[in-house]
Ligand binder design. Structure first.
Ligand code: HEC
Length: 114
């Protein structure tokens, strides 16, 4: 029984230290911006429909539109492909890592440039 307590204590300490280290690292990570991080993802994932001159849906190769619509964009890309309103329309669901870029960009303050 005692062993279990010692072990639990060790794990808890390890977790605390790991998280401290992790948050320090996160603070040093540059914030995501539209021009550097999101634009190419959109040009790949939401093309041709949302690219001006290629598709006829609301253009998202456009910072102002994306800044306004980011909540709706995230909501839709997180739906299941069979759900109504799912995006990218009639395409497979985006990989988690790609969805994470949309979310992180918003969390970082929806910046246009560095
Ligand atoms: C194959 C074409 C196609 C692709 C690719 C596509 N969409 Fe769409 N999108 C549509 C259509 C069609 C609509 C209008 C129907 C609707 O609202 O569901 C739409 C509407 C939307 C809307 C609502 C826009 C408004 O006017 O309010 C959002 C937000 C959206 N899409 C996000 C995305 C995102 C984000 C991507 C890329 C990850 C994407 N879509 C990829 C076809 C597409």
């Amino acid at each position: 029984m005692k062993k279990i307590f010692v072990l639990t204590g060790l794990i808890a300490t390890a977790v605390v230290f790991y998280n401290c280290h992790g948050s320090k690292k996160a603070a040093a990570t540059p914030k995501l911006t539209y021009n550097t991080n999101l634009k190419t993802v959109i040009e790949t994932s939401c093309s041709p429909c949302h690219i001006a001159g290629k598709g006829n849906k609301k253009p998202f190769d456009n910072y102002a539109n994306v800044k306004t619509d980011i909540d709706e964009m995230i909501r839709r890309i997180e739906l299941k492909p069979e759900d109504k309103g799912f995006m990218p329309f009639k395409n497979p669901k985006l990989p988690d890592a790609t969805i994470a870029i949309f979310k992180q960009w918003k969390a970082d303050g929806s910046l246009e440039n560095n």
